[in-house]
Ligand binder design. Structure first.
Ligand SMILES: [Zn+2]
Length: 233
């Protein structure tokens, strides 16, 4: 499969249509399992994945009989992307031969103090304990990674993550941080990062299964590849 990786940024010269295609890829990835974020009911907060499409032809909530809304409307995704993919972020996209975005990955440098605020969780003590960081230490937050269903299992996520990590390391960053889900049902990224020796440094007080994992960038490329291949792409 002929896939090329391109570095994307709102401040960069970009190919026409890349933003629209990125938004469409983002919506497509999260519409399917395990996220199933395709349609939602604003009345009862229930959501459905694309797998349920045949049962939702009329697009009304089976319980409330209210019209269903898109889980990720394109304009909201665009707003989020502009917030996340900042000038110092590293964003890599996988493009197929038809110039469609089929995968995405981004992350950015951020101080521990700012990350605590963003993620609404205490991290300083734990990161100081494990890595000797202080609240002003800049870490690399590994934000999103996703690959379209029909392009998984061929190493695209690995390649995009390697490029992203290289960019963060080039900025002198030593520690990688990510947020994953340990339960119910450990997310694929949780399993993947745990196998690559990430440490669980925090969990949310509400005990909803979301955890913060951290590791050093040193040797990470090898650790992500040497472990048994995870189907996280
Ligand atoms: Zn409903």
């Amino acid at each position: 499969m002929n896939i090329s990786l391109v570095r994307f940024g709102f401040d960069r010269e970009i190919r026409a249509g890349l933003i629209e295609s990125l938004i469409s890829c983002y919506r497509d990835v999260f519409a399917f399992e395990p996220w199933s974020e395709w349609l939602k009911c604003q009345a009862c907060s229930k959501s459905w994945g694309r797998e349920q499409e045949p049962f939702l032809v009329s697009r009304v909530c089976p319980t409330c009989v209210q019209p269903l809304q898109e889980f990720w409307p394109a304009d909201q995704v665009l707003r989020d992307l502009k917030k996340e993919i900042t000038a110092d972020a590293s964003c890599w996209l996988a493009i197929n031969h038809e110039l469609e975005v089929v995968g995405f990955s981004w992350g950015y440098p951020i101080t521990i103090r700012a990350l605590e605020e963003k993620l609404d969780i205490q991290l300083s003590q734990s990161l100081s304990h494990y890595y000797g960081c202080c609240p002003d230490t800049v870490v690399g937050y590994q934000d999103e990674v996703g690959v379209r269903k029909d392009y998984r299992g061929i190493g695209i996520a690995h390649d995009m993550i390697d490029r992203r990590n290289d960019d963060l390391v080039a900025q002198g960053i030593k520690i990688a941080i990510t947020r994953t889900r340990q339960f119910p049902g450990a997310s694929l990224t949780y399993q993947w990062y745990s196998a690559a020796e990430y440490i669980k440094v925090a969990k949310y007080p509400c005990d909803d299964g979301r955890v913060i994992q951290a590791t050093t960038f040193e040797g990470l490329k090898e650790r992500l590849r040497l472990k048994p291949a995870m189907k996280c792409e």
